[in-house]
Design a binder for this molecule. Structure first.
Ligand code: 4AD
Length: 435
């Protein structure tokens, strides 16, 4: 007979029938006559199996087994009231003493992440994450954007030098990519609207609940688009991903105790708040910023927004908010200056509601070679190092734009995860490069 999974077996039509299921001993209770195994299948579904204790005697937590038996219904059986009265037990491996118990510190769970992937929480997270990736890809396919990939070993900084990982590349220095943007910009001249999902690397020295050293970066770029066109893409994409994910993963989100009523309201349009207005709002609330030397002062026009200011702006919202038109001084060299508002960039960040903070950043790109070269120099970058990129402004430059979205930031908001490390299977942070 075919091997089944727990979710298939837990069905009234199987009561009284013989089934075979494979998996791992998730929980185990041995009594004198019978042993109760909560079996976890390879998709994280669980079902109780009852076996005579003499047969199950050698079993341990995480032993891998195959059970054949008769499906019955018993209201006392956990996780849905179905159980399998086991007749045959095949053992693949008797697990050594399992290092993860029921209550464990976060640190131990991170040290043993290769095993912690078997916890119900991580299984639920992985499934939500899979849906976010799936529906993200689907949105682009359905809307006619071409999928591409860009190299992750590169020569030049995109997002500034302070977070670059340097590496020895044969006999020269190179870096791990912070963003595929510059490569996507090169592709739009012949491939039109393109998008990619690649790892981005940031040597973030700060330990925060929203920074990883390696994250999954979904980026898009298109020719002949305005800032407003880009914002429309972002709000449609994010709404589509969220609505489909909360439908497909209702069970997992419930397990994670995520109340999805706020997420259900996420649909276009998202509010656009001019940067200057955001600063006014923060000033009216007496919002302060901390200088590098520790002194505090009131926030003012020209300051970048911190996670605290982002929280203040979004704490009562259900939908994300776009903060539009940051000063170019706080943004990278490629941001196009608004011809009507000198000093202001045609750029916007999408801030997730309730303090989850920035999840996307994008806008129009500087398309004039003179402006972009002088911006590079102002930022301390060497234009010679960007020769190929500057070619894009020499040969048929067009107005264009795009954005980047951090998958883990989005998953963190959708799952209400406390820490971004929970949203990725093998997190990389300043203090963790293993397992
Ligand atoms: O704001 P960022 O740095 O923008 C760029 O890299 C652009 N070049 C993207 C583009 O326009 N193609 O990063 C974009 C997004 C952020 O909004 C955030 O969601 C995520 O990437 N991100 C991080 N996520 C996790 N950990 C980090 N250290 C992140 N840094 C950025």
């Amino acid at each position: 007979a075919a091997i089944m999974r727990a979710s298939e077996v837990k069905n009234a039509s199987f009561i009284g029938k013989e089934v075979t299921i494979r998996g791992w001993v998730h929980r185990l209770r041995k009594q004198k006559e019978n042993s109760f195994i909560l079996l976890r299948d390879d998709r994280g579904g669980v079902i109780q199996c009852v076996l005579p204790t003499d047969k199950a005697a050698g079993l341990t937590i995480e032993s891998s087994v195959q059970v054949t038996g008769i499906v019955s219904q018993d209201p006392r059986a956990p996780e849905g009231g179905f159980e399998i009265k086991g007749k045959e037990l095949k053992i693949f491996n008797i697990a050594a003493e399992y290092p993860i118990g029921e209550y464990q510190s976060d640190e131990l769970l991170l040290d043993k992440r290769h095993l912690a992937l078997r916890t119900r929480k991580m299984i639920a997270m992985a499934k939500v994450r899979a849906s976010v990736l799936h529906y993200g890809r689907r949105w682009f396919v359905e809307n006619g954007w071409m999928e591409v990939t860009a190299p992750t070993i590169v020569k030049g900084a995109v997002e500034g030098g302070s977070t670059l990982f340097k590496l020895r590349y044969f006999d020269q220095d190179a870096y791990l990519s912070q963003s595929a943007q510059l490569y996507l910009e090169a592709m739009i001249f012949s491939l039109g609207p393109v998008w990619s999902l690649t790892p981005s690397f940031r040597a973030e020295k700060s330990r925060t609940v929203r920074h990883l050293a390696e994250f999954s970066h979904l980026e898009a770029e298109a020719p002949w688009v305005t800032l407003e066109d880009i914002l429309k893409v972002e709000e449609q994409l994010v709404s589509y991903v969220i609505q489909n994910t909360i439908k497909e993963r209702a069970e997992e989100l419930e397990f994670l105790k995520r109340d999805v009523s706020g997420l259900k309201k996420v649909e276009p349009p998202f509010e656009r708040v001019p940067y200057g207005r955001a600063i006014e709002i923060l000033r009216s609330k007496g919002f302060q910023v901390t200088e590098d030397d520790g002194t505090k002062r009131e926030i003012q026009f020209g300051d970048d927004l911190s996670i605290d200011s982002e929280r203040e702006l979004t704490k009562d919202a259900d939908k994300p908010v776009f903060v539009v038109g940051y000063p170019i001084a706080v943004k990278p060299f490629y941001v196009k200056e608004d011809p009507e508002h000198p000093g202001i960039g045609l750029t916007a960040d999408m801030l997730a509601p309730r303090g989850f903070g920035e999840i996307t950043s994008g806008g129009q790109r500087e398309d004039s070679i003179d402006s972009i070269t002088s911006r590079m120099v102002k930022e301390g970058l060497k234009p010679e190092a960007y020769e190929w990129y500057l070619d894009l402004r020499r040969y048929g430059s067009v107005p264009h734009g795009g954005f980047g979205l951090g998958i883990e930031r989005l998953v963190r908001w959708i799952t209400n995860a406390e820490d971004i490390k929970d949203t990725v299977l093998f997190p990389r942070t300043m203090s963790r490069v293993e397992p």
